[in-house]
Each structure stands twice: as C-alpha cells, then as structure tokens.
Design a protein around this ligand. Structure first.
Ligand SMILES: [Zn+2]
Length: 249
C-alpha cells in the first residue's frame, strides 16, 4: 500500500512538473524547442538587397519564409520561376535558429501556416527582426553570421556602414561548414557597397584577398560560380575605370 502511494505521488509530481512546463511554454516564458539542438536552422528567409533593382520574379519572393524540411527537398527554389534579370538578382536564402522575440514570432507563424498561405515577412518586419535583441538571445552564437548577412542585405540603402561591417564580419569570420556558402555572395555584395560608398582602396584590397582565397584555376565547392566570377570581373573593370577617371581629372 505504502509503495503504491509512493508511486502515485511520483506520478503526480511528474505531472505537476509537466503541467508547469506547459504553462511556461504557453505564456512564452520558455520555448518548447529549447531542450533540443540550437546549432541548427529553424527557418530560412529569402532576401533581396533593398538598394538595387531586382526582377519581378525575385521581388515576388522577397521576405518568404521556409521550413528547413522544405529547403532540403531536391529541386527546391525560393522563386516561382527562373530569375528574369539581365544582370542576375542578388537574392539570398539565410538560415536562422531565431531565439529572440521577433524571430520566435516568425517561427510560430511558420508552424501555424498552411501550404496555401506561405509565410512572408514585410520589409518592416524584416528590419525589426535584424534590429532585434538577437545578441542576448539563446541563439546568439548560432545566428551571428546569419544576422550580419541580413544586415548586409537589408541596410544597404538606409545604413550603409552597418551593412558594410556586417558583411565584413561574414567574410572574415566565417568558419563553420554550414556557413561557408555565404562567403562568396557576402564578399561580392561587400565589394559592391564599398564601390558605392567610394571606398575604392578597401574594395581593391578585398578583391585581392578574394582572388587569393578563391584562385581562378581551383574549383571549390563554396567558391564562386561562373556568374559570380563574371560579376567580380565587372567590378574590377568598374574600379579600373574610376581610377583612370581620377588620374585623368
Ligand atoms: Zn531576379
């Protein structure tokens, strides 16, 4: 009898703990997923730079949010069709765990969304997400590269110094394998912004570093594609033109 009572107490105590946990989850004080791995992405965001024109197909996908299970499918594309820009648009898919308030709201919207109504964040929501208190959240280390990337993509128009610093962080400090594919687009975007800001010496130095990191005769899985090499060449000739103009002036 005493043993049965003890068991019953044990079960009741466990139920109490579970109930307390559920209440905490319900009121948003803790996240149910916190007990799992925080080194992985919970959602992917498709973003376009806001300071350059993009084609209608890519614009349609701006701010779209996807589950990792969807992104992982063979043949996945964040776009409804092929990019129709004469110069390819610079859309980027950024993965985040998203432990801070604004990002958690995106995660819960995504979990509740139906296939017919995919989640899409507005430019304001995207801006609020990047400016959120991410550095104090449980996912600060996991998301540092992702947030700096987003700064580079979202603040080119309104806060270029923040965009430049964010991209520089990605180019210089990316180490984890899951982030390596971000280095080339971040470097190209950084060159573009440096040129726009008239910081040609820094752009030139970055191009030199880029070319020694990704030599043209070496095929690297995270290295530049044919189109990205072409963009680099275009930026080099633009830089050359500016220098010649300065010399002749
Ligand atoms: Zn496009």
């Amino acid at each position: 009898m005493t043993e049965t009572t003890l068991y019953l107490f044990g079960i009741l105590a466990l139920l109490g703990v579970w109930f307390f946990h559920q209440i905490q989850v319900r009121y948003g004080r803790i996240q149910a997923i916190d007990v799992f791995d925080r080194s992985v992405e919970r959602f992917y965001l498709y973003v376009l730079p806001n300071d350059r024109p993009s084609c209608p197909i890519c614009v349609q996908s701006q701010g779209r949010v996807f589950l990792p299970s969807v992104v992982g499918k063979i043949g996945f594309s964040p776009l409804d069709g092929p990019c129709s820009g004469t110069v390819p648009c610079q859309g980027l898919l950024v993965g985040l765990y998203g432990g801070w308030l604004e990002a958690r709201q995106v995660v819960s919207r995504l979990q509740q969304a139906s296939k017919k109504h995919p989640v899409r964040v507005s430019s304001e929501e995207l801006c609020a997400l990047v400016k959120g208190d991410w550095s104090k959240s449980i996912s600060a280390d996991t998301d540092r590269i992702g947030v700096h990337l987003l700064e580079g993509w979202c603040f080119g128009k309104n806060d270029m110094p923040v965009a430049i610093e964010g991209l520089r962080y990605v180019v210089d400090r990316t180490k984890e394998a899951r982030h390596l594919s971000y280095v080339v687009p971040a470097a190209l975007r950084l060159m573009d912004l440096l040129l726009k800001a008239g910081r040609e010496d820094e752009a030139r130095l970055l191009i030199e570093q880029f070319e020694s990191r990704f030599p043209a005769d070496r095929q690297d899985i995270d290295g530049p594609s044919f189109a990205q090499r072409k963009t680099l060449q275009e930026m080099k000739s633009l830089l050359w033109e500016t220098r010649s103009l300065k010399v002749s002036a």
